[in-house]
Design a protein around this ligand. Structure first.
Ligand code: NAD
Length: 476
């Protein structure tokens, strides 16, 4: 495998060296190829996602297929402008000169993706990588095998196979790939593996983007439209892959006085969405595999929380389904509050005053997303100013991720670097500084032998003394 990985990278380096991926036309052709793939093979994609996660057609289209198409269409519309060197003002120290920032491709990129949005999280980084003019290898997740094999087949069928490759596999294959020298590694997944990626990249001084996870809090104040808030919390938690989403609400914080109202609203809306027997709903994704099912069962069976379930709790091991489950007042040291839940369980913890929620959040690692429902401007400002998170939605959950004018990425333990929209193009480009001068205006003052007069003049120049600069330009 190591030899194959080395050959693969060498082949892509040769393609990159030929210069073809740098042209505007090549980039456009590859972006169009992705749109074509998504349009023509929509049924296959939906089928693969149903097979891997029992993802509904609605969620598959709205959260995955349309996300990829939207990214391609934005890139197709804006690419010319993104590629155009950005003229910048020059300073008196380089006068007379002109300058620009040139976005150049990095070379050979590796994208390692995960299983929860296996179509979107594989292709969306590729959109950025090819928009920026790179060659790329995708390593999809083995935990979503139907989507992995479909991507391998379709990407080779639709895209330029000398520049875009797919390597399927698990840890051994990824390990062999990680031994190679890449120009950037884009990884989506857990913090644990993120550390392995970062260590492997360090050997080659390869820059990385780590899109990780964490426990995303939702703070719910009392002065709100409770029905709308409940629906939006449910949408981010259970209508997005049944909680198996990096930005899904992980836990809720509300006041002791308000908790029961919030729970009633959540239960009422949940029943409208998924009926009284949610395990039978075709609109709820299943748990991806038995390992994750067992992991979630362990969180529920922890003796510290087993009497805290106020709604749900039903499971169907044969079909890997767990019903939307709400727990109230779980202890801080329970398993469910120690790790990212990544499933349909929603603990609610209560505080005396809503303002106390900020210190509860800040006592933990920085989350990938944080949410606040309130009508109070002061609380909103305090929340935005005091809580560090990858991103935030106020009076909403997860939607900030879908707006391509916003960067998407974590901070601290939830990741490093960001992408989406123009940020994706920038993520896979080097910003090359280019200064242009003519042979005129060659100030002697900058050259040895240094004299007190020259020093005086240079000081005047650095301090912005125009008269002294002019004297330097006309020669000493
Ligand atoms: P994971 O880290 O186990 O797997 C992700 C990828 O890493 C897979 O392609 C897998 O083959 C590879 N991998 C696994 N073990 C490896 C090893 N030892 N060496 C090299 N490669 C290895 O992640 P996961 O459990 O599949 O994903 C869940 C996590 O991902 C959650 O924390 C979630 O929040 C996070 N996530 C983040 C985002 C985001 O955009 N920030 C999106 C989805 C999921």
């Amino acid at each position: 495998m190591a030899l194959e990985a080395a050959k693969l990278v060498a082949g892509l380096r040769e393609t990159f060296g030929s210069g073809k991926t740098k042209s505007y036309e090549w980039r456009v052709s590859q972006l169009k190829a992705i749109v074509k793939l998504a349009d023509e093979r929509e049924k296959d994609i939906i089928g693969a996602l149903r097979s891997d996660l029992n993802k509904s057609e609605f969620e598959s289209y709205v959260h995955e297929i349309s996300g990829v198409k939207k990214s391609c269409k934005l890139a197709l519309k804006e690419l010319h402008q993104w590629m155009t060197p950005e003229k910048v003002k020059t300073s008196s120290t380089t006068f007379p000169s002109s300058a620009e920032i040139v976005s150049e491709p990095l070379g050979v990129i590796m994208v390692i993706s995960t299983w929860n949005y296996p179509f979107l999280l594989s292709l969306d980084p590729i959109v950025g990588a090819i928009s920026a003019g790179n060659t790329v290898v995708l390593k999809p997740s083995e935990i979503a095998p139907a989507t992995s094999s479909m991507l391998s087949k379709l990407i080779h069928e639709y895209m330029d196979s000398s520049a875009v490759k797919v390597v399927e596999g698990a840890v051994p294959e990824t390990t062999a790939l990680l031994e190679q020298k890449w120009d950037k590694i884009f990884y989506t997944g857990s913090c644990k593996v993120g550390r392995i990626i970062l260590a492997a990249a360090a050997k080659h001084l390869t820059p990385v983007i780590l899109e990780l996870g964490g426990k995303c809090p939702v703070v719910v104040d009392k002065n709100i439209n409770l029905e709308v808030a409940a629906r939006r919390i449910i949408s981010g938690k259970w209508c997005s892959n049944n909680g198996q989403t990096c930005v899904a609400p992980d836990y809720v914080i509300t006041t002791k006085a308000f908790a029961s109202k919030l729970i009633d609203a959540l239960i009422s809306e949940l029943e409208k969405f998924f009926g009284k027997e949610p395990l039978k709903s075709q609109d709820l994704s299943r748990i991806v595999n038995s390992n994750h099912f067992n992991r979630l069962e362990k969180l529920l069976d922890d003796e510290k929380v087993s009497d805290k379930i106020v709604h749900g709790g039903q499971r169907d091991e044969t079909n890997l389904k767990i019903a939307p489950t709400i727990l109230l007042d779980v202890p801080e040291d329970s398993l469910i509050m120690k790790e990212e839940i990544f499933g349909p369980l929603l603990p609610i913890i209560t505080v005396n005053k809503i303002e106390d929620s900020i210190s509860v959040i800040n006592a933990r690692e920085k989350p990938l997303a944080a949410y606040l429902f309130t009508d109070e401007k002061k609380l909103e400002e305090e929340f935005i100013g005091s809580v560090s998170a990858g991103g935030m939605s106020i009076n909403e959950t997860t939607l900030h991720v879908t707006d391509s004018s916003l960067p998407f990425g974590g901070v601290g333990e939830s990741g490093m670097g960001s992408y989406h929209g123009k940020f994706s193009f920038d993520a896979f480009s080097h910003k090359k500084a280019v200064l242009r001068r003519s042979f005129a205006g060659d100030a002697a003052a900058r050259y040895p032998p240094y004299t007190p007069e020259k020093l005086r003049l240079i000081k005047a120049l650095l301090d912005g003394n125009i008269l002294a600069i002019v004297r330097a330009l006309v020669g000493w």
